[in-house]
Design a protein around this ligand. Structure first.
Ligand code: IPE
Ligand code: IPE
Ligand code: MG
Length: 254
């Protein structure tokens, strides 16, 4: 049974950190609103994505400063392949740039990087760079950063079901013994605790196929802020909102 509330933070706080309440171990964010941010400035959507990538750096810094263990960022959904090829190319280009120029910095900061999604769809070169980044940072002991790329919650569940069915077919698994823990262990997020809080920016109120299984008891926080404007204060606001929630997991109210 998970604790009803998280562990209270103690000790001195660096600037930009929240001052009260439990700290979520796992924060997951649907980074939405890049296009609208650009449109409101008369800029092309690509400029919004570039500014959004800079917001990722601020968000990561805030997550580390606040002692968050896992940060999952929804960067590209399985449905985002439906966008114009030029926009997909802009997003892929940004991913390539960050893989080439930011991974060593993250490595120095002890960040452990993990990619979740059908990353093979980005092509062999990018896929190899992602595998290199994962291998380089695998032994790090700081924050674990999960980047959800070409990720879909339904296909995550489908691939887990297929893996379990194959094991049963080989005679290695009694289907009657399949339980929730076993399903969780076959998801792309295996080994990572479920998110305590899922944040969506830009005023939209939906999950858009993000972490459907894992979100069962996540607290949902919706911010009006467009993702490129996200900063340490926004992160502190999320922690503050989360800290005021009472998590019951179906138990009797306190
Ligand atoms: C989020 O911003 C980035 C991705 C989905 C890749 P959007 O591109 O969805 O921005 P809006 O929703 O059009 O403003
Ligand atoms: C969800 O945003 C995916 C990411 C933020 C990566 P979308 O902008 O693609 O979602 P919808 O289409 O508004 O639901
Ligand atoms: Mg959007």
């Amino acid at each position: 049974m998970p604790p009803l509330v998280g562990v209270a933070r103690t000790g001195a706080l660096p600037t930009g950190t929240s001052s009260c309440g439990p700290i979520p171990a796992h924060v997951a964010i649907i980074m939405d609103g890049n296009g609208r941010w650009a449109a409101s400035r008369g800029l092309p959507r690509a400029a919004g994505h570039k500014a959004g990538a800079e917001a990722v750096t601020r968000c990561l810094r805030a997550a580390r400063a606040n002692g968050v263990d896992y940060l999952t960022l929804y960067a590209f959904s399985s449905e985002n392949w439906r966008r114009e090829p030029s926009e997909v190319a802009d997003l892929t280009g940004l991913l390539k740039f960050y893989l080439r120029h930011k991974v060593s910095e993250l490595h120095q900061e002890q960040v452990k990087i993990r990619f979740v999604g059908e990353v093979g769809r980005f092509g062999a070169d990018l896929c190899a760079e992602m595998a290199r980044a994962e291998a380089l940072t695998a032994g790090n002991t700081g924050l674990t950063l999960l980047l959800a790329l070409s990720y879909g919650g339904r296909s995550d569940i489908v691939q887990a079901a297929q893996a379990l069915a194959r094991a049963a077919q080989r005679g290695e698994l009694d289907p009657g013994l399949i339980d929730e823990t076993m399903v969780s262990r076959h998801l792309l997020t295996a080994g990572v605790p479920d998110p305590d809080v899922i944040v969506r920016t830009s005023g939209e109120h939906r999950l858009s196929n993000f972490l459907l299984w894992q979100s069962a008891y996540a607290e949902l926080v919706f911010l009006e802020t467009l993702w490129p404007d996200f900063d340490g204060d926004c992160f502190a606001r999320v922690l503050d909102i989360y800290g005021r929630r009472e998590r019951r997991f179906g138990a009797r109210p306190a």
